[in-house]
Design a protein around this ligand. Structure first.
Ligand SMILES: [Zn+2]
Length: 321
């Protein structure tokens, strides 16, 4: 594809919630339901999008606290960068000829902002609780990206996903997931994908089909899956295990140490998190809320409740001043 055509395909689409400087962002907001749900939810909670500052470009991980606190989500102005290249030699370059891939991860960071508002991990409740909740936030961001790619409704959506997500999904996974959504509903399918990333972030190398089948009623909180669909559920559950090993073994432990955790990461995650979740009404509610945000976006009950809380906090601050 010519760079000129890629740019044209992005600039011919506008959406009031899109970021005009980011390649394909308005297209994804307009044509991908999940991308739009996350965008409109995070905006409803007061977040805004700003060009990435230099420290973020050096190390996004170091900036996550600032992003969550200020609710200013950084983006890379990828469209502007590509427009500049095109202007130097118009109609010449093919997209494949551009040496560095220009990506922006503001969707992933938006998921972190939403997850943090729901989960609120704090070291005050102990290192293990903090690790569990932090990994839950990360898993939400991973799973939502993966789930969103299933909803690329046009070929230009699929193209632009590659510029706005850490990873994209295989055609086979997309087909399986779409069929399952039709049979079981969005909530159940997202739940399976979310758990697959929780297992992966908890360093599970693999979960056997037998163990998955045993756990499925717990994951789906009692919803039964017809026998003929169980294998397909397992196939989409394997999605999370493709998560980069370096990320699982390096980034998560580094993030937790940075946040003040002293315990060894391997010891910290060595407990039955599924039991812990099943016994905690708070954690079960958080997972329900995560599924609702993905499905209902700004109209999810949790978003409306969080918006009210944010407004109350702001009013209190103003009164104190
Ligand atoms: Zn992340």
């Amino acid at each position: 594809m010519k760079l000129y055509d890629l740019i044209l395909s992005s600039t011919t689409c506008n959406h009031p919630d899109g970021i005009p400087d980011v390649l394909g962002d308005a297209v994804l907001v307009a044509e991908n339901n999940i991308y739009r749900n996350i965008r409109q939810s995070v905006k409803r909670l007061g977040a805004s999008f700003v060009p990435a500052w230099s420290e973020y470009q050096m190390s996004p991980l170091l900036q996550i606290d600032r992003i969550i606190k200020d609710k200013k989500i950084p983006y890379i102005p990828t469209l502007n960068i590509l427009k500049q290249i095109e202007a130097v030699r118009p109609h010449l370059f093919l997209v494949e000829e551009i040496p560095s891939t220009t990506k922006s991860f503001h969707f992933h960071e938006s998921c972190h902002v939403l997850a943090h508002d729901m989960v609120n991990p704090t070291l005050a409740n102990g290192e293990r609780d903090f690790a569990l909740k932090s990994l839950l936030c990360e898993s939400f961001a991973n799973a939502t990206e993966s789930f969103a790619t299933i909803f690329d409704s046009t070929s230009r959506c699929t193209t632009f996903s590659e510029y706005n997500f850490y990873f994209t999904t295989s055609a086979r996974h997309k087909k399986n997931a779409t069929e399952l959504i039709h049979e079981l509903g969005m909530n159940s399918v997202f739940r399976i994908i979310l758990y697959s990333y929780i297992y992966a972030n908890f360093l599970y190398k693999m979960v056997s089909y037998g163990d998955f089948k045993k756990n499925l009623p717990r994951i789906l909180r009692g919803t039964t899956v017809p026998k003929k669909l169980q294998k397909k559920c397992y196939q989409i559950f394997l999605d999370g295990f493709a998560l980069n090993k370096g990320f699982r073994l390096k980034t998560n432990p580094f993030f937790l140490r940075l946040a003040g955790v002293d315990q060894d990461f391997f010891k910290l995650v060595d407990f039955n998190f599924q039991n812990k979740i099943d016994r905690s009404s708070d954690l079960l509610q958080i997972i329900d809320d995560m599924c609702d945000i993905v499905e209902f976006g700004p109209n999810a009950k949790v978003v409306i409740d969080l918006e009210k809380k944010t407004a109350l906090r702001k009013a209190k601050k103003i009164r104190l001043k």
